[in-house]
Design a protein around this ligand. Structure first.
Ligand code: LMR
Length: 332
């Protein structure tokens, strides 16, 4: 009798534990490397807020956001995603080359005329296919988020490609971006985002490339007296998750999360350019640095100087994919 009671109690305890477990929300840790007042920073917070307010996800999913490389930074975050230590990331598209060569397309200099062209490519069949191109590596793309077009910064005035010769430029972990700076006879140096300010301050590097929102939020203007408005390339993101984690979610939860992600994507992509322009104005107001715009002829010189990079990577990326991206510059 005693044994039977004990067994019943045990069974009850086990099923209560199972119930408690079932009631625990799925935690989505969303880590990123930038500040909160940037397109990606805002997007992650928006996603967290929408999930928390969604009646279908209430008590089922909780999103935790870790900005500024506070949980994982460049170099560690992908591995952490694959190990299940973090569930969502939004790395810049320059940071995927170990997983897919095709995504390198977004680093080709002067590929897209503007963000509208980027949208047409990302939302078209070839762009969408890239979201699932890393499934075999365990990575699933959920969305593209814009940041914006890149500008150059340096410790000296750089108007033409020849002015950049011999300067050391920080680049993201991207072979295309390395080659881009080699093409203008500058010296690229791969460095994580968290190290950029110090690298510029101490002179480990003399310049870099980034968007206005990333410059301003990292206070790069405090250590860079010159910016050149080149708009020569793109910083955008792929929001990614661990495929196994994603596929293991109940269908209704996964579908609802994707619906919310799509809503956030529309908002982020609508607001990104305005955030960059606000940041640009703040840099002007800080009076620390000069911002030099380029004439069409000057910009053409940059385009020609960097163009050889395309030929170097065309085979890896795929000539047809490059053609499709180029075609997106013409609105249909
Ligand atoms: C960088 O590393 O320069 C940026 O791409 C960081 C980011 O995520 O915007």
């Amino acid at each position: 009798m005693f044994k039977l009671t004990q067994a019943l109690l045990c069974a009850a305890a086990v099923s209560m534990a199972t119930l408690a477990q079932a009631a625990d929300p799925v935690v989505i840790k969303f880590a990123h490397v930038v500040a909160e007042n940037t397109p990606k920073g805002q997007g992650a917070l928006m996603f967290q807020k929408l999930v928390a307010a969604d009646p279908k996800l209430k008590d089922k999913v909780k999103v935790e956001v870790y900005p500024n490389s506070s949980l994982f930074g460049d170099g560690k975050e992908m591995e952490a995603l694959l190990l299940g230590d973090v569930q969502m990331l939004a790395p810049s598209l320059a940071k995927f080359e170990h997983y897919t060569k095709q995504v390198q397309i977004f680093d080709l200099p002067f590929l897209f005329d503007d963000l509208a062209a980027v949208d047409r490519f990302q939302q078209g069949p070839q762009g969408k296919a890239l979201l699932t191109s890393m499934d075999d590596k365990g990575i699933r793309g959920l969305a593209y988020w814009h940041n914006g077009l890149k500008q150059l910064s340096a410790n000296k005035k750089v108007i033409l490609p020849k002015d950049a010769r011999g300067l050391k430029f920080r680049v993201q972990a991207s072979s295309v971006l390395e080659e881009q700076f080699k093409a203008i006879r500058a010296n690229p140096r791969k460095m994580s985002f968290a190290e950029v300010y110090q690298g510029l301050q101490t002179g480990t590097v003399n310049g870099t490339e980034n968007t206005w929102s990333n410059y301003e939020s990292q206070k790069v203007h405090e250590v860079q007296p010159f910016f050149t408005e080149t708009n020569h390339g793109l910083i955008d993101y792929m929001v990614i998750t661990n495929s196994k984690f994603w596929n293991g979610l109940p269908d209704d939860v996964r579908n609802e999360l994707q619906t919310l992600m799509d809503q956030v994507t529309v908002e982020v992509n609508k607001q990104a350019e305005a955030l960059n322009q606000t940041a640009r104005q703040k840099i002007i107001d800080a009076k620390t640095s000069e911002i030099d715009p380029l004439t069409a002829e000057q910009r053409q010189q940059w385009r020609e100087a960097m163009r050889p990079v395309w030929d170097k990577f065309s085979e890896q990326i795929g000539p047809d994919l490059i053609k499709a991206a180029e075609a997106s510059n013409k609105a249909s």
